[in-house]
Design a protein around this ligand. Structure first.
Ligand code: BGC
Ligand code: ZN
Length: 367
């Protein structure tokens, strides 16, 4: 069967590869779920892997199959599988366990090992192919009423984890009740985080570079948040005007913004960093001032990556709530379909060149 792959370390090596079709028996103890892939989303991670900034092939392979945002339909299950059946729509988690205590309790998303295993990213083949098989513990059922949101399950799990971790950590304050949020970046993670925070009734300001009118600004406004172009207003101007934030979620992919946002977090606040910055840039910061403010203000900085099974469930529940609260808004994120695995060059072109593409995804097969 066909697959879209890269040769890690070799820039612009995206190509079509051949893989054997997997079987449900490939997974031991009757725990296999064979999935026919319908759609796969791609994002900046896939672009950076093709730019050879990121990504590792599985041992013994000279290529890595891309794709970590998967939506498919169950084709066949082993006898131990009870939570999904053939015909069900599913998404699939990305990380696989290593050897740490966190991996052993189902929390590979917070592994304490430096090496991590991620399908389509690091040491394991991804989903940009026709079929895949995996252990039942990684297959997440997607409600049929959400099938039009398909590949958003994975990015939503990342956003759901970011917000959940912030609320978990803020239990340190006993009575934390956030009112105002700044979301930095209006890509998929920024928009989905805006949704999650609006569903928790926060006053949300979502900031990005481009000036409205744009689709991302419209989506932000339709979610009941305020869109701010950083060309019109700086972070500190915004904070002077509306007050500092109780929670900031940074998802711009720009480490300078990540540090600058430390200046606009309020007392007892939490700043969540989600950007994977593979570059080498460095910037000057007012370290004495930040240090002083953060100590006197009991502020918290939290890094978060990936989402595990439970975060997929949390994210899917919020997608459902989002659909009834803001009908028809979330699907506007799904801007750029590409038809067929063989159109991988167009997929990469959209990721690299089209700044207005909020979400590029591949229609791998019809139902
Ligand atoms: C994926 C995450 C992954 C992270 C780091 C992101 O693009 O959505 O699941 O953990 O990259 O590789
Ligand atoms: Zn991703």
């Amino acid at each position: 069967m066909k697959a879209v792959a890269v040769r890690p370390g070799q820039p612009d090596s995206v190509h079509l590869a051949e893989l054997p079709k997997p079987k449900v028996e490939d997974i031991p103890d009757g725990r296999g779920v064979l999935v026919r892939v319908l759609k796969v989303g791609v994002d900046a991670t896939d672009r950076e892997i093709n730019e050879a900034l990121y990504g590792t092939a599985p041992p013994g392979s000279d290529f890595l199959v891309l794709g970590h945002e998967c939506f498919g339909v169950v084709e066949e299950v082993g006898p131990a599988v009870k939570h999904v059946k053939p015909g069900d729509y599913v998404a699939c988690t990305v990380r696989r366990p290593g050897g740490s205590i966190y991996d052993k309790i189902g929390r590979s998303d917070i592994t304490s090992e430096a090496t991590y295993y991620e399908r389509g990213i690091c040491l394991l083949h991804g989903f940009l192919t026709e079929y895949f098989v995996d252990d039942l513990e990684f297959i997440v059922r997607m409600p049929v009423g959400l099938k039009h949101l398909h590949v958003l399950a994975e990015p939503m799990s990342v956003a759901a984890k970011a917000v959940e971790q912030a609320y978990e950590a803020q239990k340190r304050l006993q009575v934390w009740s956030p009112k105002r949020a700044f979301v930095l970046g209006a890509g998929q993670i920024g928009l989905l985080t805006t949704l999650i925070l609006r569903l928790r009734n926060l006053e949300v300001y979502t900031l990005a570079r481009t000036k409205p009118p744009t689709l991302k600004a419209d989506i932000v406004e339709e979610l009941g948040a305020e869109y701010i172009s950083l060309r019109d207003k700086s972070l500190s101007e915004l904070a002077d005007e509306v007050g500092q934030a109780d929670i900031i979620v940074e998802a711009t992919g720009n480490s300078q913004v990540a540090f600058e946002s430390m200046n606009v977090l309020g007392q007892n606040g939490v700043l969540v960093w989600t950007s994977i910055t593979g570059g080498r840039s460095s910037h000057e910061i007012h370290s004495d001032k930040i240090n002083l403010d953060w100590v006197l203000g009991n502020k918290l900085l939290l890094g978060t990556v990936n989402g595990n099974y439970r975060h997929f469930e949390l994210g899917i529940a919020d997608l459902a709530l989002g659909e009834v609260t803001y009908p028809g808004v979330i699907e506007k994120i799904l801007t750029n379909p590409v038809d067929g695995l063989e159109n991988y060059a167009e997929m990469m072109r959209l990721l690299v060149e089209d700044k207005s593409a909020l979400k590029v995804y591949v229609n791998v097969a019809d139902e």
